[in-house]
Design a protein around this ligand. Structure first.
Ligand SMILES: [Zn+2]
Length: 285
């Protein structure tokens, strides 16, 4: 969750040429040398700015080519001349970096295609994401869609502090489990915390997690119930240990880590997990 390894930029001229040349070799749009240089400058600036918006990302030199570059994204779709770029980018992520559980099937334009046509086919502006996240994010960029919105973190470029910032609170009453996630700003930069919280809210993750929590806890059901038979303290220790193990594998701010810690802290869950998970079926002797 949160971060992805950036695409190795590869041969950007080859991508531009395929994007702007029909299969029969005729040009869709013939980039001049000045325009080609300007595209490279914009791509480099995008990296230098860590993907954050800037007026210089839409230079006047590209006024003529912008529309063709923007339309060229159609070639990144299935069946297009750059379909292999789509396949490569989607293959680079196992899970959606925005939610941490969805399957990446879409490419999200981190800086929206509508505003930054010159970045429409730049691989590092294309974020493998699940469909619900892509739809929920839409054209959110600070200063564009909503000047007051903190914006999203950039999955390729954002450096995250080695601190626990994703927290969950669990409430367990009569077998009904309510979990809500939030960003704990205590030990991280307040601007980053605002972005992470905005992202959590904008993607409606607290509405989307319960289904995942249900599936995930069903998968862990037998282990939790087995340990639960030993006692409440043993189960809380088990949940903490499981959280630490997951944290080592998937990162300390994985949603499952926060979930298990919240469950370990909710004494009522540890006391009677079967109210939620159902009774442990003992094998017939
Ligand atoms: Zn997602």
């Amino acid at each position: 969750m949160w971060n992805l390894t950036p695409d190795a930029r590869g041969d950007l001229d080859a991508i531009l040429d395929r994007a702007l040349t029909y299969a029969n070799g005729l040009p869709v749009y013939a980039l001049s040398a000045v325009e080609r240089g300007a595209v490279h400058t914009v791509y480099q600036l995008y990296d230098d700015l860590l993907g954050q918006p800037h007026l210089d990302l839409a230079p006047p030199e590209l006024n003529g080519a912008r529309q063709a570059l923007q339309a060229a994204y159609d070639q990144v779709q299935v069946g297009g001349r750059l379909a292999d770029l789509r396949v490569r980018l989607l293959a680079s992520a196992d899970i959606c970096p925005y939610c941490g559980f969805g399957e990446p099937r879409d490419l999200d334009h981190y800086l929206p295609r509508s505003a930054y046509g010159e970045l429409a086919i730049y691989p590092r502006n294309l974020i493998p994401s699940c469909n619900p996240c892509n739809n929920a994010k839409r054209a959110i960029v600070p200063g564009l869609d909503d000047a007051t919105a903190p914006g999203f973190i950039h999955p390729y470029f954002q450096t995250l502090p080695d601190q626990d910032f994703l927290r969950a609170d669990a409430l367990y009453v009569d077998g009904a489990l309510q979990v809500s996630f939030r960003i704990d700003a205590a030990n991280i930069d307040p601007i980053l915390a605002a972005k992470l919280q905005f992202q959590l809210d904008r993607l409606k993750l607290n509405e989307r997690y319960p289904k995942r929590i249900n599936t995930y806890l069903s998968e862990q059901r037998v282990g939790i119930l087995q340990v639960g038979t030993i006692g409440e303290a043993a189960l809380r220790t088990f949940l903490e240990a499981s959280a630490t193990s997951l944290s080592n594998d998937f990162g300390r701010n994985d949603w499952r880590v926060a979930l298990l810690r919240a469950l370990a802290a909710e004494v009522d869950f540890a006391r009677e997990p079967e109210l939620y998970l159902g009774p442990l079926q003992r094998p017939v002797a």
